[in-house]
Design a protein around this ligand. Structure first.
Ligand code: PLP
Length: 384
């Protein structure tokens, strides 16, 4: 036995923290959604090294499954280490070069985040307006292109803050391409739950998060770029401002070379592999259909309770249902009651819709009839 050195002789008092035991919640908010037990099991699988040939095979499988889920053949399809904001910043920070102009929407919270990321990348930002709670009108996008000639156009396919689905995706990409611009689609709340066809709809770059319709813990976030977009990224005059999210460097790890860039979050890659395997087993079209059917029952049940959806049927977003708070009801008190009495999570409105709506998610493994029945019964009690 060695003597302790005098400097470390005193016994520091260790914090007394009990065993991990979070409450058992039914997650019907804007994300995360409930994680499928198979994904949780996958996460307890022992680690291999991030350059182990066995892991390289797992990386290939994840990329193949992501291509299926995005409906794309893009070679450049990867899980970015980090949350949805990481894949979002990888998309914007690599596509937007200093001096480029990016057109962003004003119809929700995440368009504002796009603008902030584009500015930090050294870009100039111009806006196409629509009220919170409405999609973009292609005529307004066309007018914004004529007025500003942006280099990059970003839109939010499924706006989590408003419960609005952006229809007319092909119309928007046609307009952008007629002006020689690149299109970035935010698919965080749509991928794996709402129809998105990256190749058929000619989207250049799409990003997502795993914790919504894929029902996977946050940590590895889907991103896909077509060759046209990747050519722009590889042909930049200046390096992107982020080393960590520089796609020309990440190419070394996720491309043919498989060389070290950073240590991949191995457990999260296991998790998304299993989550995507579940998508493939169910079939992507059947999965979109399940979300519509289960969320359709939720919508009908909410309307039976006398509640009104914020979005009309034509751009209703099955994965995120924004419901108007009736006059005289305290939205926060209902949210607290559901959490305290029923262990159900739903969320309040954000930004322009704060206090006006509740946001009820119906995503991935949470999009099950028993969750919907439970929530409707609890909400009926909360409103009684
Ligand atoms: N974009 C949209 C539409 C989102 O809903 C979210 C998260 O809710 C993000 C981007 C950012 O993702 P994250 O919170 O995982 O960083």
């Amino acid at each position: 036995m060695h003597d302790r050195s005098p400097e470390i002789a005193g016994d520091a008092e260790a914090p007394q923290v009990g065993e991990l035991s979070p409450p058992d919640r039914t997650l019907m908010g804007p994300g995360p959604s409930e994680v499928h037990p198979r994904v949780l099991r996958g996460m307890s699988t022992p680690l291999v090294g991030h350059l182990d040939p066995a892991f390289v095979e797992i990386m290939d499988e994840v990329q193949e499954l992501l291509r299926y889920t995005f409906r794309t053949d893009n070679r450049w399809t990867i899980p970015v280490s980090g949350t949805g904001s990481a894949s979002m910043e990888a998309a914007i920070g690599n596509l937007v070069e200093p001096g480029d102009m990016m057109l962003v929407p004003t119809n929700g919270y995440f368009g504002e985040r796009m603008a902030s990321m584009a500015e930090r990348a050294g870009g100039d930002v111009v806006e196409v307006d629509a009220p919170w709670g409405e999609p973009l009108d292609p005529a307004d996008v066309e007018a914004a292109f004529d007025a500003h000639q942006p280099d990059v156009f970003g839109f939010v396919h499924a706006e989590t803050s408003t419960g609005v689905l952006q229809p007319h995706v092909s119309e928007l990409t046609d307009i952008a391409h007629a002006h020689d611009a690149y299109v970035i689609a935010d698919c965080v709340t749509s991928l794996g739950g709402v129809e998105m066809r990256v190749d058929e709809w000619d989207v250049d770059v799409a990003y997502s998060g795993p914790q919504k319709c894929l029902s996977c813990p946050p940590g590895a976030s889907p991103l896909t770029l077509n060759d046209r977009a990747m050519d722009k990224v590889l042909d930049r005059d200046e390096q992107p401002r982020s080393w960590y999210l520089d796609l020309s460097l990440l190419e070394g790890y996720w491309g043919d070379e498989r060389a070290y860039h950073h240590t991949a979050p191995i457990t999260n890659v296991y998790a998304i592999r299993e989550a995507l395997r579940l998508v493939a087993e169910e079939g992507i079209e059947s999965r979109w259909e399940r979300h519509r059917a289960v969320a359709g029952d939720l919508k009908a049940g909410l309307q039976d309770l006398g509640l009104e959806m914020n979005a009309p049927d034509e751009y209703w977003l099955p994965s995120l249902n924004a419901v108007r708070v009736p006059d005289g009801i305290d939205d926060g008190a209902v949210i607290d009651y559901l959490l305290e009495e029923y262990d159900i999570e739903i969320a309040s409105g954000l930004g322009d819709l704060a206090g006006d709506v509740w946001r009820i998610g119906c995503m991935g493994y949470s999009a099950r009839p028993q969750n919907v029945e439970f929530l409707l019964a609890a909400l009926e009690d909360a409103l009684a």
